[in-house]
Unconditional design. Structure first.
Length: 143
C-alpha cells in the first residue's frame, strides 16, 4: 500500500496573517500548501481553528495522535514537491505556527510573531490563542 500523505515542514506550518482585530475577534487569512489556492480566509477564531484542523486531517499530516497508524510505503513524488509558504504579511500582525504534534485533542508546537522576531513554544491551542491575543492587543495599544 502506497501512502500519498504529504510531509515536510511546509505541511506542518501555517502562515497566519491577521488583518483586523475588533473586540477580541481577529480575522484575516492563513497560508498552507493543502488549502485550495494555498490560502484560506477566516473571520473568527473558530473558523481559523476548524479550517486548519480540517486541512491537517485531509492531508493526514501532522497526523492526529488519536488516528490509527500503520506501516506503509511513501510515494516518491511527494518528496519532490515540498512547496514554500508565501511571505505575505497581515495588516496588524503575522504569525508562523509550526505544529510538532497533535496530541490530546490539541496542538503543540512553536509560534513566531514575525514582526517582533519572537518565537515561543505552546502546549495547547488555548495557550497559542492567548499568546496571539496578547500580541494583537499590544499591536493596537490595548495592553
Amino acid at each position: 500500500m502506497m501512502d500519498a500523505r504529504p510531509s515536510g515542514e511546509a505541511y506542518r506550518t501555517i502562515r497566519l496573517c491577521v488583518d483586523t482585530y475588533t473586540d477580541g475577534v481577529f480575522a484575516g487569512r492563513f497560508f498552507h500548501p493543502g488549502a485550495v489556492g494555498g490560502v484560506q480566509s477566516f473571520k473568527s477564531l473558530s473558523q481559523l481553528l476548524v479550517g486548519a484542523e480540517n486541512l491537517f486531517d485531509e492531508n493526514k499530516f501532522p497526523q492526529s495522535f488519536e488516528a490509527k497508524r500503520s506501516f506503509v510505503a511513501r510515494t516518491a513524488h511527494m518528496a519532490d514537491k515540498i512547496p514554500e509558504l508565501p511571505r505575505e504579511s497581515g495588516r496588524l500582525a503575522t504569525f508562523v505556527i509550526r505544529l510538532l504534534f497533535r496530541q490530546h485533542a490539541s496542538w503543540q508546537g512553536l509560534v513566531t510573531w514575525v514582526e517582533s522576531k519572537v518565537e515561543e513554544p505552546f502546549r495547547s491551542v488555548l495557550e497559542l490563542v492567548l499568546m496571539m491575543d496578547g500580541a494583537l492587543k499590544s499591536c493596537i495599544g490595548e495592553v
